[in-house]
Design a protein. Sequence first.
Length: 272
Amino acid sequence: MGEFNIIQILLVFIVTFIAAIDQFDLLESLYQPIVMGPVIGAILGDVQTGLIVGGTYQLMTIGNMPVGGAQPPNAVIGGIMATVLAISLKLDPAASVGMAIPFALLGQYAVMMLFTAMSPMMSKADQFAVEANPRAIDRLNYTAMGILGLSFALIVTLFFIGGQAFGQNIANFFDQHKWVMDGFKAAGGMMRFVGFAILLKVMVSRELWGFYFLGFALAIIISGIESLAGPALLILAIIGFAFAYWDFQIQTRLKGAAATATEDFGGEEDGI
């Protein structure tokens, strides 16, 4: 396991702090694993591994969303820890994703605890609103954001430092018990399909099943052609955009035609 310096540890702390706040209060896109993976990879000196792990973890979380007070495994801590584990322990991306799930659950509990602790503050915010005191409301929000970012950053940093201290022992354990690593690989590989299954359950309707099967068939065909296998995702994305744009144009024209027909066959101006 490679040794990381204090600057790298500090940068991981800062990036995690920002990502934790971004999940709820800033752009709400920077925290995504596909973004954080390459950033953490650049800090630790392996952008390629960071991008691969971030993309793999993103596939797992693509269908995860909070429903009411229920929080899914946290994408910030899970994605960052998956990248840290993959680079520091030289793990397979799928295995690192599987190993990061307990950390993601820890982040989930941290969010729920913070939400629970801050819930009594809502009445305080109402009081500040009645008093027309926006500065106090700002302080309340900034305090909650700071606590969230600090808790996430501390969790990741402590495990990062601990990983450096016990990294070789962990690596030796996996060398001696390969079945554990095989289990993490299987779990991490399966998570990608679970993410897509959740997304399909939410989004797919009867009208869209044809496009789904068409895309699946095109993916198999393009991936099977050696010269197209490399840019296969880009090709499929362009084809998907073309179909979406075509469907949008058709739907827009149909709606316009329906509105015109309604105006032509009714209304007060023609005496009906």
